[in-house]
Write a protein that binds this ligand. Structure first.
Ligand SMILES: Nc1nc2c(c(=O)[nH]1)N[C@H]1C(S)=C(S)[C@@H](COP(=O)(O)O)O[C@H]1N2
Ligand SMILES: [Mo]
Length: 204
């Protein structure tokens, strides 16, 4: 596996080494990776929604139009996949999660974790602290264009500080939790903390 990725992706431009975590290789491509098939959405305006529930004063359901009316930010960041490719200077636009929370009812004071729920039964868990980072977005524009179905249209989570598996595509729900609960890849042996700079690939 590693050799294969080396051949295809070893393109780290000189001077950029400090941007590439240990064991990673830079790619110019944008590989597509996920478990299962790509969901298709008909009539997103009427059928898609984003739900928020759990340790929050009141559950919320946002329609497509309501979500898209929220203010967005643009960020440029590096992403790191546990299969060893990294991509530098990716440009995303979406609702900063921290700003999103400002539009929500208050969280319970005991809330410490977030479980992201995606279509096709995918989940990813994150500490609330990581979710509150400046560069954690609910993203729907990549490089100036609407996300493609492969990359998570109509909405994905983007948590650049963690390995990319935490960045759930086809996001549909955010569940607030007092106690941590493993997501899909975490249950399958991947690291819970998933910090690429500490090379936390697999579970302890
Ligand atoms: N819903 C969902 N999101 C997912 C996954 C998945 O299987 N299902 N895989 C994750 C993994 S392992 C990676 S590396 C990234 C890949 O995102 P990309 O296809 O846009 O590069 O999506 C993440 N988000
Ligand atoms: Mo991944």
């Amino acid at each position: 596996m590693l050799e294969q990725f080396k051949k295809r992706y070893d393109r780290t431009p000189s001077g950029m080494e400090h941007r590439v975590p240990p064991g990673q290789y830079v790619t110019e491509k944008f590989p597509v990776l996920h478990y299962g098939d790509v969901p298709t959405y008909q009539d997103v305006e009427n059928s898609w929604d984003l739900k928020v529930w759990g340790a929050i004063e009141q559950p919320v359901r946002l329609s497509f139009a309501e979500f898209r009316a929220l203010p967005t930010v643009e960020i440029v960041t590096d992403i790191h996949c546990v299969t060893r490719w990294s991509k530098l200077d990716t440009r995303w636009e979406g609702v900063r999660f921290r700003d999103f929370l400002a539009h929500m009812p208050p969280l319970a004071s005991t809330t410490r974790f977030v479980l992201a729920h995606a279509d096709r039964d995918f989940t990813a868990n994150l500490p609330l602290e990581a979710m509150l980072a400046d560069d954690t977005l609910l993203a729907y524009i990549y490089d100036g264009k609407e996300l493609t179905p492969d990359h998570g249209y109509p909405l994905r989570l983007l948590v650049p500080q963690k390995y990319f598996w935490k960045s759930a595509k086809w996001l549909r729900g955010l569940e607030f939790l007092d106690e941590d609960q493993f997501g899909f890849w975490e249950r399958h042996g991947y690291s819970n903390n998933a910090d690429p700079w500490k090379e936390e690939r697999y579970g302890e």
